[in-house]
Design a protein. Structure first.
Length: 463
């Protein structure tokens, strides 16, 4: 008999047949006549109930079937007498594949705080909460590729080790080589000893694949990258990680309007996909942590996002009754408290803000005719604030060079980027969606460290 997943068994209509299931014991309870063992194999938020009659399984034979142990069960799939499940397994054979000492196994039946679970990141995938989050994470990653593939985009792999730090703004991690693996090079002509860098050249971990994405868009039309991104964020917020995943589409012949339409359609598609494919997991998260989760997700799918300019938003924020920690004035960057006020209190729906002051945005954004603002867009979501940052790009060589000079971005590092404007330039646009911020929104979790299997944040990179 082949092994079947718990998910398949729970939906099975074919009863009275022999089945085999492997998984981890969540609980065992019962009396001297019968024991009930809840087994989970990761395929579902739900467990399968295994019934072990005392006649066949005396207490002694089940002593290693404890919470956390790994078991292989063979038996009959039968209709369940109890409520809470339609089917269960009447056990014929239970083998313990891996014991878990009941005294020392950290995940006992009682609920654990999310803070505690962060300290045992190697075991937390076995909890209901992380099982649900990781299945939702998988579904969303799959949906990203599905959406782009269906819409004629090509998946481009942009480099993780990059030579330029134009975009870094002091947030980059340097790449070094262990000294004894890299024979010392002579000092270069600037006198800097680069022997511990990338074969003599200074390199960093990427903060965004956008510039390389533009290279691909200028040949393939519509592309996207979806990969790990690194930022030396020393901020300890619930929305920043030092290593996160970013989804970055880049499209030739798109203007800011097209960019906004794509962002809205894409986000709605992803949320709808999760609602459809992860209904059990989302129901669990809704009931466990956030009673308005499902309602909020459906609202986002069904309603248009609010669009307004940064300038209009600043007017709203200045006349708001709420006292903000950071006061707002035209020209300052918005903080998450401002973004969330607009979304949660003022408009009560997702917001797309456009046309930010040029001085608070990156050098590559297209300048508006007013000479003060750029064609930027940020998508703001409830509970999150900024979930997407994007823009129409400056396609004019001379205007781009002027922006770079004004912002002290060295031209020699980006000669290849400038050549995209020199040879066959085209209007284009794109954006970056933080994958973990999307998962935060969809799962209703409160802290970004709880939506990635191995979170990286200050002082946290043990394994
Ligand atoms: P924030 O203002 O929240 O710091 P940002 O403006 O610095 O974000 P961008 O450079 O615009 O971020 O990056 C695009 C997207 O990547 C953001 O909209 C966000 O969803 C995500 N993102 C940025 N920094 C982080 C981070 N440290 N951890 C997780 N996601 C991030
Ligand atoms: Mg930032
Ligand atoms: Mg920002
Ligand atoms: Mg941004």
């Amino acid at each position: 008999v082949r092994r079947t997943s718990v998910q398949t068994l729970l939906g099975s209509q074919e009863l009275e047949r022999e089945v085999v299931v492997n998984g981890w014991v969540r609980t065992r309870r019962g009396n001297k006549y019968v024991q009930f063992i809840a087994v989970n194999d990761g395929s579902s938020i739900h467990n399968i109930q295994v019934v072990a009659d005392a006649e066949k399984f005396p207490e002694e034979s089940l002593k290693d079937v404890t919470t956390g142990s790994c078991v292989a069960v063979r038996g009959q799939l039968v209709a369940s007498q109890g409520k809470g499940q339609a089917v269960e397994i009447q056990a014929a054979d239970i083998t313990v594949l891996g014991k878990a000492d009941a005294e020392t196994y950290p995940l006992q039946k009682k609920g654990h705080t999310l803070e505690f679970l962060r300290e045992i990141a190697h075991l937390r995938p076995r909890t209901n909460t992380f099982g649900a989050v990781l299945r939702v994470r998988h579904a969303l990653a799959f949906a990203v590729h599905q959406y782009f593939n269906d819409h004629g985009f090509y998946y481009i792999h942009t480099p993780i080790i990059t030579g330029s730090d134009a975009e870094g703004a002091g947030q980059m991690f340097r790449v070094t080589t262990l000294p004894d693996q890299n024979p010392p090079l002579t000092e270069d002509k600037t006198g800097v000893d680069y022997k511990q860098d990338f074969f003599g050249k200074q390199t960093n971990l990427t903060v965004s694949g956008q510039l390389e994405g533009e290279v691909a868009a200028m040949a393939l039309g519509k592309v996207y990258t979806f990969g790990p991104t690194f930022r030396a964020e020393n901020s300890n917020t619930a929305r920043h990680l030092a290593e996160f995943w970013m989804i970055e589409p880049e499209m030739a012949f798109y203007d800011l309007q097209d960019n906004m339409e794509l962002a809205e359609d894409f986000l709605k598609y992803l949320v709808r996909y999760a609602l459809e494919k992860c209904s059990d997991d989302l129901q669990f998260l809704n009931d466990q942590y956030d009673k308005e989760l499902l309602e909020r997700l459906r609202f986002v799918v069904d309603n248009d996002f609010q669009r307004l300019t940064y300038t209009e938003a600043v007017e709203i924020l200045k006349s708001a009754k709420k006292k903000f920690e950071f006061p707002v004035d035209w020209g300052t960057d918005l903080q998450s408290e401002h973004e969330r006020y607009l979304v949660e209190k003022h408009f009560k729906k997702p917001v797309i803000l456009t046309d930010y002051p040029k001085d608070i945005k990156a050098f590559y954004m297209k300048l508006n005719d007013d000479d003060k603002t750029v064609r930027a867009m940020d998508v703001l979501f409830p509970g999150i604030g900024e979930i997407i940052g994007g823009s129409q790009r400056e396609e004019d060589l001379e205007k781009l060079r002027a922006r770079m000079a004004a912002m002290h971005v060295p031209e020699d590092e980006l000669w290849w980027y400038l050549e995209l404007r020199k040879f066959g330039t085209a209007p284009h646009a794109g954006f970056g969606l933080g994958f973990e911020r999307l998962i935060l929104f969809v799962t209703g979790m409160a802290n970004i460290r709880d939506v990635i299997p191995f979170p990286r944040f200050p002082k946290n990179a043990e394994f």
